[in-house]
Write a protein that binds this ligand. Structure first.
Ligand code: 13P
Ligand code: 13P
Ligand code: MG
Ligand code: MG
Ligand code: MG
Length: 385
């Protein structure tokens, strides 16, 4: 019997702006999942959050994209959003874009990362979730975990990792994907994934076809057609015996790399690894956060979690992230802190630019601006009266 791990997240509304999920919303979602566990729809679950995103971690035996499990997640989000509405929480129901559930949450707003596995005798997994950023934020860490021998010692030392991995990269604008083999096609891989707003690593496989990692790849703004919040992503990674060790999976996050998101989904900022208790981004609505929860999966049940970034060994990464945040914030509305125009298309900036459009003239026709001296003085004179 195969086990499926489904991690489905949605922003259903948040306490005090976009910074955290209200405990009553978490409780409402938990009640729905507890009932479903009793009825045998799922085998186990764990509810958590990163920033304003509510995360449902579920195990079952129904396979990926199963309507019962997606329907259950939808139901849990709906119940949590009802509570959010009652409490007047901010942007209640933000990620629930459609009122009609049609069997699958994909394309409706929530983000889903799911994998079906043959459980090993011991099955350690790490669930990552990030707030105030986008799915491509996991490109750099995934590259390091599965393709960089300076990060993952096992690629060199362990014969089971030595053959490398296959990366599935999706073009989120064209809805197309490609499989690239590493180490053979490392440079081709990097040529794509260095543009994380467009080319997103969706899955990683071992060369024997065993799944190693999966990321939720939904671009909420492309679905909604306008800015409705960033597509804060979730990810599942398998670890140990034939996969990278848990420490190798976490190591890339010692570098708080720059990701797109943060304030109004419009700024680059450092991705800060934090324990769940610190996953409440407040400074300029950030900086972007990532959490990591370690579980053992046994007979489709979840053992754990252990809060993996709750380790002083990540203090230095957090300090660096704060320094980088100070530095980059000083650019204010200037790029490269603010995102480039192609990314700003999905925000409210085009509305502002539209208003200026008619005032543009050929450069040679621009007159010397004339404001009458008397007009300038009159204000000052009045002030003296
Ligand atoms: P509003 O204050 O209009 O919601 O815009 C800012 C923001 O938080 C975007 O989600
Ligand atoms: P979220 O995508 O986390 O809702 O953030 C929205 C935002 O605009 C924060 O400034
Ligand atoms: Mg939000
Ligand atoms: Mg969020
Ligand atoms: Mg969001």
């Amino acid at each position: 019997q195969k086990t499926t791990i489904s991690v489905i997240k949605a922003d259903i509304g948040s306490l005090a702006g976009h910074h955290t999920v209200h405990p009553d919303c978490m409780a409402a979602a938990s009640r729905v999942l507890a009932e479903a566990k009793k009825n045998g729809v799922i085998n186990d679950f764990y509810v958590t959050h990163v920033g304003d995103d509510l995360i449902l971690i579920m195990t079952h035996t129904k396979g990926v994209d199963h309507p019962d499990v997606h329907g259950l997640a939808w139901e849990a989000f709906k119940k949590a959003a009802e509570v959010a509405k009652e409490l007047g929480l901010y942007a209640a129901g933000q990620d629930l874009l459609s009122d009609a559930f049609s069997g699958n949450v994909r394309g409706l707003g929530p983000a889903a990362a799911e994998m079906e596995i043959e459980e090993r005798p011991s099955e350690p997994i790490v669930i990552f979730a990030a707030d105030k950023t986008e799915p491509g934020a996991f490109n750099l860490p995934l590259y390091k975990i599965f393709a960089d021998p300076f990060n993952t010692a096992g690629l060199v030392i362990d014969p089971r990792l030595h053959d490398g991995f296959v990366f599935e990269v999706v073009d989120v604008f064209e809805d197309k994907g490609v499989h690239l083999n590493t180490p053979e096609e490392l440079y081709d891989l990097l040529a794509l994934i260095g543009t994380p707003s467009r080319y997103v690593i969706r899955r990683v496989f071992r060369k024997d076809g065993k799944i190693a990692a999966v990321v939720s790849v939904e671009r909420l703004n492309l679905i909604a057609g306008k800015y409705v919040g960033k597509d804060d992503p979730v990810m599942i990674v398998r670890a140990q015996s034939g996969f990278p060790a848990v420490g190798e999976v976490l190591e890339p996050f010692t570098f708080p790399h720059l990701v797109a998101g943060w304030m109004r989904g419009s700024h680059n900022g450092p991705l800060m690894p934090v324990p769940v208790r610190d996953a409440r981004p407040t400074r300029f609505d950030g900086p972007p956060r990532v959490i990591a929860l370690g579980f053992q999966v046994k007979n489709a049940k979840l053992v754990g979690p252990s809060d993996l970034f709750d380790d002083p060994a990540f203090d230095e990464a957090r300090r660096t992230a704060n320094k980088v945040a100070d530095y980059i914030r000083r650019h204010g509305p200037f790029m490269p802190h603010r995102l480039d125009p192609s990314e700003m298309e999905y925000t409210t900036l085009p509305q502002v630019l539209e208003r200026l459009k008619d005032r543009f003239k050929p450069v040679k026709d621009l007159p010397v601006p004339k404001v009458k001296h008397s007009e300038m003085l009159s204000g000052a004179e009045e002030a003296h009266d």
